[in-house]
Ligand binder design. Structure first.
Ligand code: SAH
Length: 368
């Protein structure tokens, strides 16, 4: 690409030096990735039909993943991973929420998503919301079709929870941790059966997904998040699942400050979960992010009981799994009794492309 400075985001055709058409993509002159390529060659056109076809294919792939009906919230379109860069679509029961990432996707969305309503209605979606997060301007939600919805109840492996479609982060919930939330429930159940302690500390708890699974398995849970609104949604989900939130602790606090004072008080937990927001928004921020993970992990290890389990997650796309593991070694943790039992990523409704490692952003490491 040459001479695109000052151009506005739009669909562009890529040509070789000889003028031959190479493919089509979406131009965003202000992005570090100037053109996101959607299709190669001169046969396929980047238009509303191509988008609707890719959406239909993505929905068909999910059809074979959630057959037993116990999970009603999952990702329908995972951006680049479903060959729709910049377009993320999450399903919450009969509501779908579209999130547009970047000025390129926002500019071309009206044209590309023109024909998606019948595809979504076929899949049982009755309301489509569109969420935009424009830096510095906050979030906006608007209805693309169907009756307006602000809150919805969904199930994950049969466990009910509440999704706040207006105030929630991303599209409302973090669906990428679904299988890991289930694993936490199983881990707590196994510990109980073995007569081991089940005091759980869930840091960066958001709407309490890990907390609820742990509580249902019999744990005594402390959830820590700066966002009080997230705790309110978490408590609503607890009640919905038949767990009295009063039996558990919800602390509205900075996780680092909480850990420091817990350490001073000599408090310990048998299971510590850490799932912070991304520490590395860019490749440049990676060294600083690794330092921050090390400090966080040290503080977690300091409050982990003997024979405890430490569950550390990262959603920074610029920090790969091996890099992340270097923030969990003995030197970082300041103790030498832990080993890596499991390393997990996102579930298959969050697909990635083989050549796009940034798409495999989620890491969850279980140490004991
Ligand atoms: N584990 C959650 C997702 C966590 S998202 C789940 O499975 O759904 C990250 C959360 O960290 C957000 O809710 C945000 O409010 C919270 N957060 C960000 N910075 C924080 C800080 N310094 N201390 C505590 N919580 C923080």
């Amino acid at each position: 690409m040459r001479g695109h400075e000052g151009a506005s985001p739009r669909i562009v055709t890529l040509r070789g030096e000889d003028g031959a058409e190479l493919g089509q993509g979406v131009l965003d002159p202000a992005s570090p990735i100037a053109v996101r390529v959607w299709c190669l060659g001169d046969q396929v056109r980047l238009d509303a039909r191509l988008f609707a076809d890719r959406l239909a294919r993505a929905i068909a792939v999910r059809g074979s993943l959630f057959t037993d009906g116990t999970t009603t919230a999952y990702r329908l379109l995972n951006g680049e991973g479903d060959r729709t860069p910049g377009f993320v679509l999450d399903r919450y029961a009969d509501v779908a929420v579209l999130r547009l990432d970047g000025a390129g996707a926002r500019a071309v969305a009206p044209e590309l998503t023109r024909d998606i309503e019948p595809v979504l209605r076929d899949a049982g979606i009755t309301t489509l919301l569109e969420r935009e997060a424009v830096r510095g301007e906050g979030k906006t939600v608007h209805v693309r079709f169907g009756p307006e919805r602000t809150k919805v109840e969904v199930r994950e492996h049969g466990v009910p929870f509440v999704v706040d479609l207006v105030h929630g982060q991303k599209t409302g919930a973090f669906l990428d941790q679904r299988e890991n939330r289930r694993r936490i429930g199983e881990l707590v159940a196994r510990r109980r059966a073995a007569g081991l302690g089940v005091r759980v500390l869930n840091l960066f708890s958001y709407t309490g997904g890990f907390s609820l699974r742990a509580a249902l398995a019999g744990a005594e849970v402390t959830s820590v998040d700066v966002a009080a609104q997230a705790h309110a949604t978490a408590q609503e989900s607890f009640r919905l699942a038949g767990v009295d939130p009063k039996g558990h602790l919800f602390a509205s606090a900075d996780a680092f400050a909480f850990l420091e004072s817990a350490k001073k008080r000599g408090q310990r937990w048998d299971v510590v979960i850490s799932d912070p927001p991304s520490f590395a928004p860019s490749e440049k921020a990676k060294p600083r992010a690794l330092t921050a993970y090390r400090a966080l992990h040290r503080a977690c290890a300091d409050v982990l009981a003997d024979e405890g389990v430490f569950v550390a997650a990262s959603c920074s796309s610029h920090v790969g799994a091996e890099d992340f593991l270097t923030t969990l070694d003995d030197a970082a943790l300041g103790r030498s009794d832990l080993r890596v039992l499991e390393v997990h990523g996102a579930p298959p409704d969050h697909p990635s492309l083989a050549t796009f490692p940034e798409g495999r952003y989620l890491k969850l490491v279980v140490l004991a």
